[in-house]
Design a protein around this ligand. Structure first.
Ligand SMILES: NC(=O)C1=CN([C@@H]2O[C@H](COP(=O)(O)OP(=O)(O)OC[C@H]3O[C@@H](n4cnc5c(N)ncnc54)[C@H](O)[C@@H]3O)[C@@H](O)[C@H]2O)C=CC1
Ligand SMILES: O=C(O)/C=C/C=C(\O)C(=O)O
Length: 523
């Protein structure tokens, strides 16, 4: 693709305004359709110091981004080089001097304005997120709503926060004093782009820090739109900066900079390890790593005992498995079913999933990239080689680069998969589940915990005592009983084992973004 400068819009601001003016689905779609595939897409700019601009480094390269549902080239984005990353960090540092001292009520007003403006442009963000990521429009709307809540939740949280003070043995009055930690690198993945980026940006700026954020190179559109929105909301320049680019160049430069006081990262475990390694010598750096999962869903016979609980169990297990094409780190991709109800469950689950999630039924989007499509395809080929039974789905066709075909994968249900298989161990991160029987509660717990990951789990049972007995033994940061993805933004969110370190949400986010000192005053 030709990236010569004359093929970019002369004024990037015109381009931003063109997209911004698409305030209805129709207009947004019209804007995207006339772009001829394989030629002169727009290049998205960074958002630095309150301005939308392309990086200045002459060595900047450009990355192509494709539309998952069609395989068409959509736009390109700069792979921001270390010197431009450093410049963004400098702007965040200078903004920190003022922002960290800005009153909570003023910061709260800024977050509220961002939340209101997002609400006003909900549909615009949802349409573009769906086009850019491959998710359904319905799913994209849910995620924009959550992005709105991320800002509104932290806008009020900081107004009601309390400080613990106590009398230490009658000799000293002690209290905790917290101050904003500094400039943060906020790095997010491609599965829930706006939802997860704002889950980091909102608490970061609410607690008085400033940010250089980097979305995934696979899905940069909503971050770009967010930059425009932050500008329109009047957020002081430099408080949030957004640099686009890949992990190896842009992300790595951001994380390693000695001027970065902390990193909040969501993505794959291998990247989390790389970030830990790259920052190992910088002890002061706060690290919050939310990584992969291979989450179990346990279905006990009592959950299948009558028509209403059976329906609930099947629906909950299905949405936990296939929502957002299985591209949520919390998805339940290993299903374990008590043997006495195993076959009835597998039959009913397969029928339900075929009806609701088959491609074309409206609940299944395309997977995010060709690279990811091929990764999932590889696992399905492995399932054939290992003689797994395909209760639903098949190996999808091979797609070539630039084939202008969408990355669609049917929901796939596998049985007869050995516990040691990579299909049971690896995070496939797609619409693929395995179903395995168990005989006893102890075996169910053992199977659930037989994973390097420990992010989330779902228990489906009507037995109240079992809910707690089993729930408290599952090695996972989040256990949902008879529900999935129910979120209260103050609760600790994060994983055990190789699913990460640190927790975010409410006061846990405060711990990530602030430093604490204890003051001792003589009594
Ligand atoms: N939330 C989750 O649990 C997610 C899990 N994954 C898993 O990871 C696998 C690989 O997907 P990727 O897109 O490669 O995820 P990734 O972990 O490489 O990407 C996540 C973010 O990290 C950035 N990044 C990559 N390398 C970096 C580095 N060295 N320093 C700083 N930032 C860096 C990326 O540019 C992106 O913004 C997926 O197939 C899936 O299994 C991917 C995305 C989200
Ligand atoms: O914060 C949430 O509610 C969901 C988070 C999901 C992820 O972190 C993910 O899928 O990566």
């Amino acid at each position: 693709m030709d990236h010569s400068e004359e093929r970019w819009p002369k004024d990037i601001r015109d381009c931003a305004n063109a997209i911004w003016s698409c305030d209805t689905i129709d207009k947004a779609t019209t804007f995207i359709q006339p772009m001829p595939s394989q030629s002169a897409p727009i290049a998205l700019p960074n958002y630095v110091a309150g301005e939308l601009r392309l990086p200045s480094s002459p060595s900047t390269t450009y990355i192509d981004s494709f539309e998952p549902k069609t395989g068409r080239l959509l736009y390109s984005l700069p792979c921001t080089q270390p010197n431009d990353v450093e410049e963004a960090i400098q702007h965040a540092r200078s903004a920190f001097r003022t922002w960290s001292k800005t009153s909570r009520s003023e910061r709260s007003r800024h977050l509220r304005r961002v939340s209101d403006l997002l609400q006003e442009h909900r549909e615009l963000f949802a349409v573009w997120e769906s086009i850019d990521q491959g998710k359904t429009l319905e799913r994209a709307r849910i995620e924009v709503d959550r992005a709105i809540s991320n800002f509104s939740y932290f806008s009020t949280y900081i107004l009601h926060e309390q400080t613990a003070a106590r009398m230490a043995d009658g000799v000293a009055l002690t209290y905790e004093h917290r101050s904003p930690a500094g400039v943060f690198a906020l790095i997010s993945p491609w599965n829930m782009p706006l939802y997860l980026l704002t889950w980091k940006i909102a608490p970061c700026i609410a607690f008085g820090c400033t940010a250089v954020a980097k979305p995934s190179e696979i899905t940069s559109m909503s971050a770009y739109l967010l930059g425009i929105l932050l500008q329109k909301a009047g957020l002081p320049p430099g408080v949030v900066n957004i640099v686009l680019g890949d992990g190896a160049t842009t992300g790595a430069a951001l994380v390693a900079s000695p001027l970065i006081e902390g990193v909040s990262f969501t993505g794959g475990t291998a990247t989390g390890i790389a970030i830990r390694r790259a920052t190992a010598h910088q002890i002061r750096k706060h690290l919050s790593l939310e990584l992969g999962g291979k989450n179990p869903t346990l279905i006990f016979a009592d959950a299948m005992a009558d028509a209403s609980t059976r329906k609930h169990a099947i629906r909950t297990a299905a949405s936990a498995a296939f929502e957002n094409q299985g591209e949520i780190c919390l998805c339940g991709s290993r299903i374990y079913v008590e043997r006495s109800v195993y076959e009835p469950f597998v039959d009913a689950f397969t029928l339900y999933v075929r009806d609701k999630y088959s491609v074309g039924k409206g609940s299944m989007g395309a997977v995010a990239s060709l690279q990811h499509y091929n990764k999932i395809r590889g696992y399905l080929q492995l399932a054939v080689e290992e003689n797994a039974t395909f209760r639903l789905g098949a190996v999808p066709p091979m797609l070539r680069e630039n084939s202008n075909q969408g990355y669609w994968i049917e929901p796939t249900i596998l049985t007869d998969v050995a516990p040691a298989s990579a299909l049971q161990k690896d995070e496939i991160f797609g619409p693929v589940v395995t179903i395995t029987p168990f005989d006893t509660e102890e075996e169910a717990i053992r199977l659930a915990n037989a994973s390097e990951y420990g992010l989330a789990a779902v228990l489906l049972t009507t037995d109240g005592a079992r809910m707690r007995r089993v729930g408290e033994q599952i090695e996972a940061g989040l256990v949902w009983v008879n529900c999935w993805l129910v979120r209260e933004l103050g609760t600790p969110f994060g994983g055990m084992k190789n699913s990460g370190t640190g927790r975010e949400g409410g006061e846990y986010s405060r711990d990530v973004f602030t430093v604490v000192r204890t003051l001792h005053l003589p009594a």
